[in-house]
Design a protein around this ligand. Structure first.
Ligand code: SAM
Length: 232
């Protein structure tokens, strides 16, 4: 997969994509990330790409011309163009699995009050939000999307079962995890996990996962009939 990230701050991305599984996934050729600075498409010498909103009001708006040119500089047939926006549909594990199937994603990161509506209407396939809050710009949202989505690209996570057993795959949370030592400051590992009975362990894990989901996110249990997500 190829990913083009369009933003005003390509430097923002130094670090998150250069460590751990994302670095490994890139090094192994499972996906590639390129950065485009929207400022490079400014119409003026000082690189200004924002202007005051028509109709008045606070803040600045990203102008349509530079944004359109930045998108078109990387767009090709089959590209999926996404605007990271608090007004988008919420990013979910199901959406991440869906996005991982595209050959080419273009992620537009806004800033200031946002992006001129006309370029969104013209060039964007969908708007995605990472939560019901407002960030100062879309870069952190692009990092979250790439990180969560890359886990669904075959080969990025060494053991595909690890993804299948994660929270949300079957509509509920993952179960609690324990490792050595068996006794930590007086707290014992649940005996069922030490007994070697895998049917019992599966049953216990499912029950614990449901219990925590019911306590923290009862809304998720309404979707329990959902098909488990699969990695293509
Ligand atoms: N005025 C906009 C509104 O209230 O809908 C908010 C603009 S926000 C300050 C600037 C940029 O941050 C947006 O253009 C978007 O790219 C990004 N952004 C902010 N919150 C986001 C969220 N929850 N999810 C994804 N992107 C977000």
């Amino acid at each position: 997969m190829e990913i083009d990230i369009l933003s005003l701050f390509p430097d923002y991305f130094r670090g998150p994509f250069d460590v751990s599984m994302l670095k490994r996934g890139r090094d192994m050729g499972h996906f590639d990330i390129r950065h485009t600075n929207i400022r490079d498409f400014a119409e003026n010498k000082n690189g200004r790409v924002d202007d005051r909103p028509f109709g008045g009001g606070p803040g600045m708006v990203l102008c349509p011309g530079p944004v359109a040119r930045a998108i078109r500089s990387v767009k090709k047939p089959g590209s999926r163009v996404i605007y990271l926006s608090p007004q988008g549909s919420l990013l979910t594990a199901a959406k991440c699995g869906e996005l991982a199937k595209y050959e080419h994603l273009i992620l537009l990161c806004g800033h200031y009050e946002g992006v001129d509506e006309r370029v969104l209407q013209k060039e964007i396939d969908e708007e995605i939000s990472i939560g019901d809050y407002v960030l100062t710009n879309g870069c952190a949202a692009a990092i979250v999307l790439v990180d969560a989505m890359a886990r669904f690209i075959p080969g990025v996570i060494g053991h595909p079962d690890a993804v299948q057993e994660d929270s949300f795959q079957e509509g509920i949370f993952d179960s609690p995890h324990y490792t050595r030592p068996e006794n930590f400051e007086g707290m014992e590992v649940p005996p069922v996990l030490l007994g070697g009975n895998h049917a019992e362990i599966r049953k216990w894990r499912k029950a614990e996962a449901r219990k925590k989901t019911a306590r923290v996110r009862p809304d998720l249990l309404l979707g329990e009939h959902c098909e488990p997500l699969t990695i293509h």
